[in-house]
Design a protein around this ligand. Sequence first.
Ligand code: SAH
Length: 261
Amino acid sequence: MPAAAPDNVAVVLCRPRYPENIGAAARAMRNMGLRDLILVAPRNPDSEKILKMATHAAADVARRAVVFDDLAAALAPFRYVVGTTARFGTHRQTVRRPREVARQVAALSVANRVALVFGPEDSGLTNEDVRLCHSLVTIPTADFSSLNLAQAVMVLCYELFLAVQEEKPPHMPRLATRHELDGMYAQLKDVLVRISYINPENPEYWLDRLRQFFSRVGLRASDVSIIRGICRQIDWYAGKRYRDGLAAGGGPPQDATRNRS
Ligand code: SAH
């Protein structure tokens, strides 16, 4: 088995506010052997300020950074996404520690592109951003929990660096991409609303629980195909029942009994 590949791990800075933090994050990445930097809607991508903090050694990391307007588009090709949050316990998702996550990422990165996502300095990642993450990590601190963005990047990159040096990572399968998962969740949402399993007023509540469940399992592309096939069949069957009901002269069938206890 090849050694864990940091080339498969990207740092994604979501809506960073200060160019100096982008430069300092690039430098931390270079220190720890990571090269793939992605910027999502940077608010002030002043290259002079970025390069000053990156220093000469990390200038290539900063210059080669790829810029996207939108986090979902940036994450589409990734197979595992880790979100970072200073706020412990505000999300329903379980929040883990860097060392444990770094070991998992080191193992996953042999066969999967992995993204480490960092939020903006002022407000952190939104709930919508967090929905795109398979897991969340918080760097433990004393009572003041909010690290400087580039320092948070350093802690994660350092733990990953150590984890990659450690013993041979266990085998981890190749997972579905974020793009494949997003298509599956859109289809699941449609079909589960259609059969009245989830409330059309607030579909994200139940979808978040499904997202957490599937993230724990770690779906592969073939698993996504099975789930999408089941959705298509449910959709077809619901349509058939509806048409059969109309043809028999009855009204449309009543809502299915909700069964989510
Ligand atoms: N005020 C924001 C903090 C943003 S700090 C909040 O309360 O969420 C900018 C980013 O640095 C965060 O979005 C996160 O990506 C990272 N970060 C800061 N402190 C962190 C911590 N203790 N653990 C993990 N990530 C942290």
